[in-house]
Design a protein around this ligand. Structure first.
Ligand SMILES: [Ca+2]
Length: 140
């Protein structure tokens, strides 16, 4: 191969590597009255996921919280999916049968298992909820 061809191939490989390294960013609307929202995002072992969320979800007719949830209602703990997180806080799981974890307003983690990312409110009784969170998911 001549030098021009080799240089062209190297350039293509460098451009491909830069394209792959660019983070993927997606906004997902998470309905407060739905247990889990399928984000459509499949996460991959070893990759880094960052999630920042905003919005407001009502846990009932009158009380609402942001993605970190509603503090100070121990009587609602029995409705929590993630026991240690505040009620209606944003939570996630990877895969239909994944273990739910707190996401909150701002989190990042390294993926330990391949699978579909689901997000939802920390509430087993979503029927009386309203509002939504918007989660910005960044994959690196
Ligand atoms: Ca509720």
């Amino acid at each position: 191969m001549n030098k021009v061809v080799v240089r062209s191939m190297v350039l293509v490989l460098v451009l491909a590597a830069v394209a792959c390294a660019k983070p993927v960013v997606r906004d997902v609307v998470v309905a407060g009255d739905q247990s889990w929202t399928d984000t459509g995002i499949d996460v991959v072992l070893g990759k880094k996921v960052a999630i920042k969320a905003s919005g407001e979800v009502f846990a009932n007719a009158t009380v609402s919280g942001g993605p970190d949830g509603v503090p100070g209602h121990p009587e609602w703990a029995k409705y929590n999916v993630v026991p240690d997180a505040q009620h209606v806080a944003l939570i996630g799981k990877i895969g239909e049968d994944g273990t739910p974890f707190l996401v909150g307003a701002d989190t990042s983690f390294v993926v330990r298992v391949d699978g579909r990312l689901f997000l939802g409110p920390n509430d087993r009784d979503t029927r009386n909820n309203r509002g939504e969170f918007v989660a910005t998911v960044t994959l690196r």
